[in-house]
Design a binder for this molecule. Structure first.
Ligand SMILES: C[S@@+](CC[C@H](N)C(=O)[O-])C[C@H]1O[C@@H](n2cnc3c(N)ncnc32)[C@H](O)[C@@H]1O
Length: 162
């Protein structure tokens, strides 16, 4: 498979998992967390899927497309290792859907970061909440992937207290 094919499949898997997760939590009131704003593509997708929800967004700084900048008060800048635990203290287990898209080119660093953030993601999920992640988070309980998404290409988890 070429790197282009692999990239396209990753984005297709990402979109399929976000669409599926939005369906799973449609009747579960709760905030949405987007971890990794980047260019803002998945943030934009989430706000179109769930237009009535509050979406809180995390990244080091804003470097998104001008159309995809969160409103004042909904962007929490800084290193995720610091900002997510603060959010967990402030919000408690109130997130219906958490999307973590934190990968860079460094596979080992990605795995390390995801392993470090997983327990905090678990603390933020409300009962019945769903987490979607580009990296494995082994401390969470896996959910079946939507059809067409190969195991390991993207990750879907549920709250331990579902
Ligand atoms: C793959 S990009 C996100 C792409 C985005 N979801 C989109 O669709 O445009 C990963 C993002 O995670 C952020 N990130 C990675 N590690 C981080 C850390 N330790 N603290 C804060 N942000 C981090 C990077 O700054 C980058 O913007």
């Amino acid at each position: 498979m070429s790197r282009l094919d692999s990239f396209i499949r990753r984005l297709e898997a990402q979109r399929a998992c976000l669409d599926h997760a939005a369906d799973l939590i449609r009747d579960l009131p709760g905030r949405i967390l987007e971890i990794g704003l980047g260019n803002g593509r998945t943030y934009d997708h989430l706000r179109k899927l769930l237009p009535d929800r509050e979406i809180f967004v995390f990244d080091r700084q804003i470097a998104a497309h001008p159309d995809c900048i969160p409103p004042a008060g909904y962007f929490l800048p800084g290193d995720l290792r610091e900002t997510l635990p603060i959010a967990a203290q402030l919000f408690g287990p109130t997130a219906a859907l958490i999307h973590a898209d934190i990968g860079t080119g460094d596979v080992a660093a990605n795995r390390q970061l995801a392993a470090a953030l997983g327990p905090t993601v678990a603390r933020l999920l409300m009962p019945g909440g769903v987490a979607v992640s580009d990296q494995p988070m082994p401390c969470l309980a896996a959910l079946p992937l939507p059809s067409g998404v190969a195991v390991g290409r993207y990750h879907l988890y549920r709250s331990a207290t579902a």
